[in-house]
Write a protein that binds this ligand. Sequence first.
Ligand code: SF4
Length: 682
Amino acid sequence: MRQTRIKKTKTVCTFCGVGCSFKVWTKDRQILKIEPVEDAPVNSISTCIKGKFGWDFVNSEERITTPLIRKGDQFVPATWKEALSLIADKMGSIKKKEGGDAVGFISSSKITNEENYLMQKLARQVFGTNNVDNCSRYCQSPATDGLLSTVGYGGDAGTIRDIAGAGLVIIVGANPTEGHPVLATRVKRAKKLNGQKLIVADLRKHEMAERADLYLHPKQGTDFVWITAVAKYIIDQGWHDEEFIKARVNNYQEYLQLLQRYTLEYAEKVTGISKEQLIETAKMIHEADGTCILWGMGVTQNTGGSHTSAAISNLLLITGNYGRPGAGAYPLRGHNNVQGACDMGTLPAWLPGYQPVTNDEDREKFEQAYGASIPAQPGLDNIQMLEAIEEGKLKAMYLVGEDMAWVDSNANHVHEILSKLDFFVVQDVFFTKTAQFADVILPAAPSLEKEGTFTNTERRIQRLYQALDPLGSSMPDWWIIREIAKAMGADWDYEGPSDIMDEIASLCPSFAGVSYERLSGWNSLNWPVQEDGTDTPLLYSEQFNFPDGKARLSLVDYVPPVNMAAEFDLVLNNGRLLEHFHEGNLTSKSEGIQYKFPEVFVEVSRKLAKERGVKDGSLVRLLSPYGRVKVRALVTDRVHGNELYLPMHSASHQHAVNLLTGNAVDVRTNTPAYKQARVRME
Ligand code: SF4
């Protein structure tokens, strides 16, 4: 694609789950500007700093531009033919000798729906294994689990625009101002213009918490308790929606039993939130015309993350807050395509479109389409794959778009494990920390250099168009996955992402009416999409996604945070900052963003700083049972007492938070309990 003129291409931002779309102006490889337009379905004319200025990484000199093959301690450039035949040879012989379950596949929410679909197909059809997962295991799997078990779909109940119609928004364990900026703007606007009320529950008093009508500061990992106590108080006061429960909800009597111990006194003791504040919360829900609850990793990355997500859904159910605009559950997806990666079946227990591998009818449909046998049991998730490598059961891994050596918890241990693989293929845009452990590194093209679709946090599927040619010999992920399958003998003849989407639509009732034609330009569709193209911006208006159409109150209980030795006396909270994306491996290559935000820091409360003699800007060492980092202190009122906050973006990897996080996981989904880290400070 030769360019000499200015070209304007519609694309979709990859930096968070809001999924803004805009025109990118390019001339040759130069990015001239980002132009938001009225037609953009989510954001209209707004973007945040990342969406506006975070794209020059595509021209970074650090891009991988050719396949690389390990020779001893070195990586040497190779042709695609050499790299693909080595992969087919090595992975083929491991499959032959050890079986398909000796191979693991890790996909990513940085890649498109079509690419995620092909990843799971490669695992299931070509290797005959369900060992396929994606990076939502590190973040929002607990939210999906909590929603699937209560209302039947693992996605946001309505659209982002619908949130503006709520009388009350409750944000739990999330910082949308920095994590989901354009969505945060909508909440702020609704508060100012419509008098919408806002409750924020978070360890950190961030900007959104400052704006809240009520700020709750729960002890770390205790959200389940205060949410359930509020539900009990609402029922005790007779403020629940009896009619809604009677008509649309199962398990109510059993749920009442579960609630018994969640008194206000118990909740105050466990969470540290006063009885008065809990009553005020219940009252605000009772008085509001519609409540939306938004939550993030502060909830999910805990040992009880899935239980708390279910408790949130329970609270919405007993108050009748589902099935109408301005009400419902909104888990905030971190990357643009967290929702899509899961929808496409890069999950060990789910085929595309949330069709369980354990359901014979669903599985047989895919077996027939793929002409291959698929195991009837779920495969290994990301965390279990690491355990299996350690045990010598998993021999080879193919990982796309995820720097798991830094994003997985207890990074030092992960590094040891990755070095034990017999054969490891890493596919990425940059030479990541994880790539250092690879045998073959494949150069992938980022979103501006390819076509495809992403699905944002509100289940909205949008097309992105190719603005630039792939740099050097890098290729779109769908092309690379297709070529690996072909090198392994599969008969894959997709000419482009649109062919792949047609296959997805033919196999998944939720996407039956999705096609590139219907998604052309600024058009978008919120799944489920019927065959005639009717989409579903609002879920549950008539029924919940269970055979009897009724929701199910979850009967799970509180899971307390893990205990730690007393010497690790400080709670280490962690999360995002506005300027950076995830671990920073894209935005840290963006000159402007890196200039504005060159180094991470740890936030220390004034009280703690005084006690320990820490001055603003001084260097401190944080030590956990798993590792240590040295980082500059920022003394601030945003954090309280013995709580610290360390952003997760560590471009230089010197202060990577996951050198400190441990091995505890959510009890249902294995999502690491990143938020339950404890450290001591020197
Ligand atoms: Fe929109 Fe999120 Fe991208 Fe910012 S990072 S432009 S809020 S999608």
